[in-house]
Design a protein around this ligand. Structure first.
Ligand code: NAP
Length: 255
């Protein structure tokens, strides 16, 4: 699919990579509906996208809420005149070890069910809901060829302190393969980008010493830019013989 023909939703489009993907797609002439919960970010995105060759619409939605996802896909369909693309990018972290004895008291602290569930709800159930609603409409209204790009993570290989996030991101890569097989006969392709450490507000929250330690473990010696992750998204959209696979863009790092 040519980028200029992409008419799709980008979740988590108000910030970081999702914001960059939305603007890069609009710069190439695509029509994007950026979905997010962050009103301020969505409003400033509209202003930033003004004058680009493509169009950026915005819609507030929580990807982990079934009714809101149904509403999002319905609205995005109307705004674009029929969707043919989806980038499942929205994600959160709630890091913590499964069990951690307190150094002084010996009391064993554990990851809370809330931290586990929140991450699974947004990072995995959100991807499921958006993909289901998008695909069923594309099939019903016969708007294929269509393409779905999921954003996983290097943590899919198992990162200490991210049992919740690693589980969700590994499942996203697995379901990219499942849905690639299931949806091919309807003209819908899937693909997944698994970013390594990338400069966004998500990583800006980390302590500077942690950031430095992470960078030392990356063979290329630095974090990625959002545009380097966009190269993967672009490839998946444009290559009509690509489906079901995950591309690691991680500077050569292995956890
Ligand atoms: P980011 O800057 O935090 O942006 C994520 C966006 O998603 C935010 O605008 C956030 O809104 C939104 N969001 C959160 N929960 C949502 C929900 N339930 N429904 C709709 N939108 C929601 O993060 P990023 O670094 O660009 O990450 C983008 C994707 O890449 C994520 O899937 C992340 O897991 C993945 N990733 C990032 C890195 C990295 O190093 N940055 C590495 C590997 C993978 P709020 O601001 O209101 O929370």
């Amino acid at each position: 699919m040519k980028l200029e023909n992409f008419k799709g939703i980008v979740t988590g489009g108000a910030s970081g990579m999702g914001r960059h993907f939305s603007l890069a797609l609009a710069r190439a002439g695509a029509t994007v509906v950026a979905a997010d919960m962050n009103d301020e970010g969505l409003n400033s995105l509209v202003a930033e996208a003004a004058g680009l060759p493509g169009k950026v619409f915005v819609h507030k939605a929580d990807v982990s809420n079934e009714a809101e996802v149904v509403g999002l896909v319905e609205k995005a369909w109307e705004l674009t005149g029929g969707l043919n693309g989806l980038v499942n990018n929205a994600g959160i972290t709630r890091d913590g070890l499964l069990c951690r004895p307190d150094k002084e008291t010996g009391e064993v602290k554990t990851m809370t069910l809330k931290a586990w569930q929140q991450v699974l709800d947004v990072n995995l159930t959100g991807v499921f809901l958006c993909t289901r609603e998008f695909s069923s409409r594309v099939i019903k209204h016969k708007t294929a060829p269509a393409v779905i790009v999921n954003i996983s993570s290097i943590s899919r290989y198992g990162n200490m302190g991210q049992g919740n996030y690693s589980a969700a991101k590994a499942a996203v890569a697995a379901d990219t393969e499942v849905w690639g097989k299931e949806l091919a006969r309807f003209g819908i392709r899937t693909g997944c980008v698994a970013p390594g450490f990338t400069e966004t507000p998500m990583t800006a929250q980390m302590r500077p010493e942690m950031l430095e330690m992470m960078k030392k473990q990356i063979p290329l010696g630095r974090a990625a830019t959002p545009d380097e992750q966009f190269q993967g998204v672009k490839f998946i959209i444009e290559c009509d013989f690509f489906t079901g696979r995950t591309i690691d863009i991680d500077g050569g790092m292995r956890l």
